[in-house]
Design a binder for this molecule. Structure first.
Ligand SMILES: NC(=O)c1ccc[n+]([C@@H]2O[C@H](COP(=O)([O-])OP(=O)(O)OC[C@H]3O[C@@H](n4cnc5c(N)ncnc54)[C@H](OP(=O)(O)O)[C@@H]3O)[C@@H](O)[C@H]2O)c1
Length: 304
């Protein structure tokens, strides 16, 4: 992969900028003075068609390939002010990446951690954000109402291999994989906040709340996609912890740019407050150690 060199500008790396929250955030960031957004995307023709202007540099990168993620980070030159690990995939049938890993864990968690580790030397004085979701919380009532029973953390190895619980329906397993990947994002943000000095690189989680109408449910059956894009989208103003990508992007931009930076290792919501839907289990140091140590071992990576 060719070297990526950004000089003399404030630089943000945003994954998943072709759709939903990532697109809304990128549109906001490039309106700030002197900001460049580098946006890894898997379909450059589709990305270019969005016409986001000169201040967005699209770079071809499919997060399903961890080798490609490593090469992207290795080719980086220059400083990064913020990395937003926003790209994500949700529920659906079991799918494997070219590396043989289960896609939800590979894209949502392993690629995000790999990208963070690879870009860390360039992020000194900057911030990293992982995208969480209240579906990671097995005690969160609304997630239960939407058929989520919460994460099923076994081990990183088993999750990445896509080991399936016997007897559960494919739809249930798809929900489980997504909720588990969001637990991994949340726990990773908290644990990296413990391991990396906040003055060096501040690490956060961000819960964008439910944003009906984004592309996230594209793998779901047609009736679910219809409800997601119509009824739920219209109900946003009347639901707690529901938002639009545009509104959530305001909160995310705040987290990336507010001075002084909030304490590292915290999870924030759209309202710019520490999230009230973080599961207490996600704060357990033993879980943080297991998730990050096992993930780094699988990636063959260390925190520089
Ligand atoms: N929507 C919600 O209610 C909600 C709630 C809580 C948390 N979140 C989180 O918010 C984040 C953004 O979600 P969204 O709702 O905005 O979803 P979205 O509209 O589906 O956007 C997802 C983005 O990720 C990119 N992506 C997926 N797989 C990729 C891959 N292999 N390589 C490169 N890029 C890839 C997509 O690119 P393509 O365009 O190429 O597919 C797209 O740009 C996700 O992390 C999600 O888990 C969403």
């Amino acid at each position: 992969m060719a070297d990526i060199e950004v000089e003399g500008e404030r630089c943000f790396v945003v994954t998943g900028a072709t759709s939903g929250l990532g697109l809304a955030l990128t549109r906001r960031l490039v309106r700030l003075p002197g900001v460049r957004v580098v946006a890894p995307a898997r379909d450059l023709a589709r990305a270019a068609a969005l016409k986001l202007g000169e201040r967005v540099t699209w770079v071809e990168l499919d997060l399903r390939s961890l080798a490609a993620v490593r090469a992207f980070a290795a080719g980086w030159r220059g400083r990064i002010d913020g990395l937003v690990n926003n790209a994500g995939v949700s529920a659906g049938a079991l799918r494997r990446t070219g590396d043989g890993w289960e896609e939800t864990v590979a894209v949502n968690h392993l690629a995000a951690l790999q990208l963070t580790v690879g870009l860390l030397p360039h992020l000194v004085g900057g911030r990293v954000v992982f995208l969480g979701s209240s579906t990671h919380n097995p005690e969160y009532r609304r997630a239960q109402r939407f058929a989520h029973r919460g994460p099923r953390f076994t081990s990183i190895e088993a999750l990445a291999r896509g080991s399936e619980e016997a007897g559960a329906s494919p739809a249930r397993l798809g929900f489980d994989r997504y909720a588990t990947s969001k637990l991994l994002n949340t726990v990773t943000a908290i644990e990296l906040g413990r391991r990396i000095a906040g003055e060096r690189v501040a690490v956060y989680g961000f819960d964008p709340w439910m944003m009906p109408g984004t592309g996230l449910q594209r793998a779901m059956p047609l009736p679910v996609r219809f409800l997601w894009a119509t009824v739920l989208r219209m109900a946003v103003p009347w639901m707690a912890h529901a938002s639009t990508p545009e509104r959530s992007a305001v909160g995310l931009e705040w987290l990336l740019t507010v001075r002084p930076p909030p304490p590292s290792g915290q999870i924030f919501g759209v309202d710019r407050l520490p999230s009230r839907t973080v599961w207490t289990g996600a704060q357990e140091p033993a879980l943080g150690r297991a998730v990050v140590d096992e993930s780094l071992a699988l990636l063959g990576a260390t925190l520089a």
